[in-house]
Design a protein around this ligand. Sequence first.
Ligand SMILES: [Fe+2]
Length: 202
Amino acid sequence: MKYALPKLNYSYQALEPYIDELTMTIHHSKHHQAYVDNLNAALDKHPELYEKSLPELLKNIDDLPSDIRVAVKNNGGGVYNHNFFWKILKNNPNGQPKGALMDAIVRDFGSYNAFKDAFAAAAKSRFGSGWAWLVVNAQHKLEIVSTANQDAVFHLGTPILTLDVWEHAYYLRYQNRRPDYINAFFQIIDWDAVSDLFLLSY
Ligand SMILES: [Fe+2]
């Protein structure tokens, strides 16, 4: 089946003032839509690949036909990463993780604030375009990593939280001030959704 732009379960204004309505509108309806359209255009050349899941395609990118390999890496990555991102967002000022997830954060980073600092540092230091992630790694520990462009994260662990640090994600409101956007991100994390992903990772 062809890929489709997922509906958000909140409005484009819902994340104000941390992410503004115009940024959300363009980010979802234009940027994300373009990744979906370009992924479908690539897979139309090899329609049997619609039978595989998107993670399966992205994990085995070198096995794809060479004429669509780069297009699937970039656009399939764009679809997967944005689908993931929208699901862990919620207007949630001063929200914090709870329960087993908070216990794991304290175990692996020392404290919630130390986790925030480390995540923000990864997001700030990703040069150019990319993503910061909290993953559960192969040793079942929480780890902060970052990826470039729309590269897949799976080889680094099972993702449970992410932040899009492409300029298209923040430029209209924050211009060059990526650190302000990163600080604002901690007010719009749906920690219940992250916790569900954490529990599923075991
Ligand atoms: Fe994006």
